[in-house]
Design a protein. Structure first.
Lengths: 163, 327
């Protein structure tokens, strides 16, 4: 898509020249998806137009553990709203609501991102550390992570892990 | 006696045993089907030789018409692909294509695009993913949806999933979905579902077994087929086939021409071989197709002969010989 994506790339290149210390490269989205599923560690920061961004985010979420764990944020010039990074499968899932087994990790980590954005890094660190501890410990996990805990149990565990 | 002498001269065999076995095959085999072969660039010619060898060992009744990309633009096609080569595919209705590197420069169409447009190839099949090649129109959507359901039915598949983003692109993807629904009604025995592409990406990565046959517009198709290729081991192993009007089919290896290993007898011919198998299925030579596919998979599974990209150290020719041995 030479005109639309061409303009996007031109703009990226312009900005890249202002950051000579940061490596910049371009990759076609088809190839990118393939690389993501076979060797994701080659990527660091990715910038894309919105349509691809959704696909890439969901693919990455799939590899990293699912929509239940991936945080995200929407940042504008004057405002910022933080929410789960990938959307698939959550909206309109009645079961999760009834059984109260939705995974709170994604939103918790998103709120940590928000704290960082508000320049409260130590609060953000504390929250993130607690969440990561609970996940790695493995005792309190919702169904999507292979466990059988409820939302509340995971949250209580995170609170308990806060130092 | 006289017949043997004639056969020997015509077929060029050396030993008498070889002649008699070829004579048996010659008398009972169906008339060979002509197929166009575009070996392509880079590693293309080497892996094309592998296909020819395996087909010969499996006694596939195919006669190849080889065509190459020229080094000058043919004014009749506005491309490096000559008019004769396109006519060859139109006439034979079936072909196999290796990787083609479009020469850098402006003022001419990409080779792959030329092929698709000139031959009106509207559906691309990659491991059960079908994509349409035109901007979204009712006609094109119906056509590719028909192909998807027909493909599912003839290959014993149970479910077709239409991949879309109609929540955002209501007019274009909305039209696409409407067409898919229309066709789905004609195939009540096949389960039809619609999945937003974001979900699809995630589901593919977490549990690809949830899907069977996928149908979608071209933009998503490119992305999803590459994603699937990554999941199954990369483009070096992926088979693909382009379907056109009135039963034309052009199977192709979708990997690149790998100029850095060209001519070194290192290339993995699996993608082109599996694409050739797709071509055989299109020609309804199911028996040969299964035999060759089994031979390829068994060779890879055995692990003794693998090319470098699969972690082994075999040459193209050794790997090909091993496949022939497994036939």
């Amino acid at each position: 898509m030479k005109l639309a994506d061409g303009l996007f790339l031109e703009s990226c290149r312009e900005v890249a020249t202002k950051y000579p210390g940061i490596k910049y490269n371009e990759i076609i989205v088809d190839n990118c998806c393939m690389q993501l599923v076979s060797k994701p560690e080659q990527f660091d920061v990715m910038v894309t137009p919105n349509l691809y961004g959704n696909l890439v985010a969901n693919t990455a979420a799939g590899i990293a553990g699912g929509t239940g764990v991936m945080p995200g944020g929407n940042v504008g010039a004057d405002h910022a709203i933080f929410e789960q990074g990938a959307s698939a499968g959550n909206v309109g899932n009645e079961n999760l609501l009834e059984q109260k087994t939705a995974n709170p990790v994604a939103l918790l980590l998103s709120s940590a991102m928000m704290l960082r954005h508000l320049q409260f890094p130590s609060f953000a660190d504390r929250l993130e550390t607690a969440v990561k501890l609970v996940i790695s410990e493995g005792r309190y996990r919702t169904k999507d992570l292979g466990g059988s805990s409820t939302t509340q149990e995971v949250v209580d565990a995170v609170i308990g892990a806060l130092d | 006696m006289a017949l043997m002498q004639v056969l020997r001269r015509v077929l060029g065999g050396s030993g008498s045993t070889q002649i008699s076995s070829t004579a048996r095959a010659f008398s009972s085999a169906p008339a060979p089907i002509k197929a166009t072969l575009f070996p392509g660039d880079g590693i293309g010619p080497e892996i094309a030789v592998s296909v020819k060898q395996v087909f010969q060992a499996a006694e596939v009744p195919i006669e190849w018409e080889e065509h190459y990309v020229g080094d000058q633009i043919d004014p009749r096609t506005q491309s490096f692909l000559t008019w004769e080569s396109l006519e060859s595919v139109r006439r034979n209705r079936v072909g196999l294509k290796g990787p083609m590197a479009t020469p850098v420069g402006k003022g001419h169409r990409s080779l792959n695009l030329t092929l698709r447009k000139e031959l009106n190839l509207y559906a691309n099949v990659v491991r059960g993913v079908v994509e349409s090649l035109k901007i979204i129109t009712r006609q094109a959507s119906l056509r590719v949806a028909e192909y998807a359901f027909h493909f599912a039915k003839t290959h014993g598949r149970e479910r077709v999933s239409a991949i879309h983003k109609a929540n955002i692109m209501q007019k274009t993807d909305g039209l696409f979905l409407k067409c898919c629904r229309e066709v789905a009604e004609k195939y009540p025995e096949i389960t039809y579902e619609e999945v937003v592409i974001d979900n699809c990406c995630m589901m593919l990565v977490k549990n690809p077994a949830l899907f069977d046959v996928l149908v979608m517009p071209n933009l998503y198709g490119d992305i999803i087929s590459d994603l699937c290729a990554g999941l199954v081991g990369g483009l070096g192993l992926t088979a693909s086939c382009n379907i056109g009007e009135a039963g034309i089919a052009l199977a192709e290896a979708v990997h690149g021409s790998a100029p850095d290993i060209a001519g070194k007898n290192m290339a993995n011919p699996t993608a082109l071989l599996l694409s050739a198998v797709t071509m055989l299925r299109h020609l309804e030579l199911y028996d040969k197709a299964e035999r060759i596919q089994d031979a390829i998979l068994n060779t890879i599974a055995e692990g003794k002969y693998r090319t470098a990209d699969l972690g082994g150290s075999s040459s193209t020719t050794d790997f090909t010989k091993a496949i022939c041995g497994h036939l």
